[in-house]
Design a protein around this ligand. Structure first.
Ligand SMILES: [Zn+2]
Length: 255
């Protein structure tokens, strides 16, 4: 697959992704034209709102079942299109259904295979895993368009086991979430984390490698294509290592 142009769609609620910085990163890395666009939902209508509401997940231990959205749920989506920063509660969406809906927002004349679209959203995309029969959060839905969920980056890779253990054991004695958060600070990404922009670069690379080679991931932790299931690994690959392994760097050089 060949890419002539990349379209990047902003998530204005999360300025920490450093939208213009990411455009420059893509231009430098892939030597390709990059166009910045506003939030993809700017052009969304009521029918898209209803499709997105339909993709909500209610049962996390069952495969996706289409849900008939209520008027409130559709209004919630419409309000989020106007101001995505207003969303307070985390809603889970089926990543593939969500992807189907947002694909309709790509203009017809920009759907050629060499036009690659990457959509940022703070909506939480999840996919059902047949291996353990439950939904898991996903930071990236790799396809064209690709979807990068900022909430997925925070919530999908797990925090340290000891963090969850303390959280649960403290619940019985009156929870002090702030003190636990403080203790583990720096070991995982927080909402509006200043490190987010550099971490997002790794997901951009995964999205584009998937499109170019059919494989977004690398099994080496010392590579930005590593599929991190733990926050610790995500921070290691994207911040400490911050480069591709030799094999993937060579693929990039020859691209
Ligand atoms: Zn690699």
């Amino acid at each position: 697959m060949k890419i002539s142009k990349i379209f990047l769609y902003d998530e204005p609620a999360i300025p920490e992704i450093g939208f213009s910085r990411l455009r420059d990163f893509l231009k430098q890395t892939f030597d390709v034209q990059v166009e910045q666009r506003k939030n993809i939902f700017q052009s969304a209508n009521d029918s898209i709102a209803s499709e997105i509401a339909m993709s909500r997940i209610f049962k996390t231990r069952q495969p996706f079942e289409k849900h008939e959205p209520t008027t409130e749920e559709v209004s919630f989506e419409k309000a989020s299109f106007l101001d995505s920063a207003k969303t307070e509660n985390i809603v889970m969406y089926d990543g593939f259904e969500f992807h189907k809906a947002v694909t309709k927002l790509i203009p017809e004349n920009e759907r050629a295979s060499d036009q690659f679209h990457i959509i940022f959203t703070n909506k939480f995309t999840c996919t059902y895993d047949q291996a353990d029969f439950r939904y898991h959060g996903r930071a990236l839905i790799a396809s064209n368009p690709s979807v990068i969920s900022t909430t997925g980056i925070i919530e999908a890779p797990a925090k340290p086991k000891a963090y969850y253990f303390e959280l649960i054991s403290n619940m019985t004695q009156g929870l002090n979430l702030e003190s636990i958060k403080k203790k583990y600070q720096g070991m995982y990404l927080e909402y509006h984390d200043a490190k987010l922009s550099q971490v997002v670069e790794g997901y951009l690379l995964q999205a584009i490698f998937y499109y170019l080679t059919g494989d977004p991931f690398c099994d080496k932790r010392e590579c930005r294509l590593f599929n991190a299931h733990w926050q610790k690994d995500l921070l290691y690959s994207q911040l400490e290592i911050a480069k591709l392994c030799d094999k993937h760097q060579e693929i990039l050089n020859n691209w």
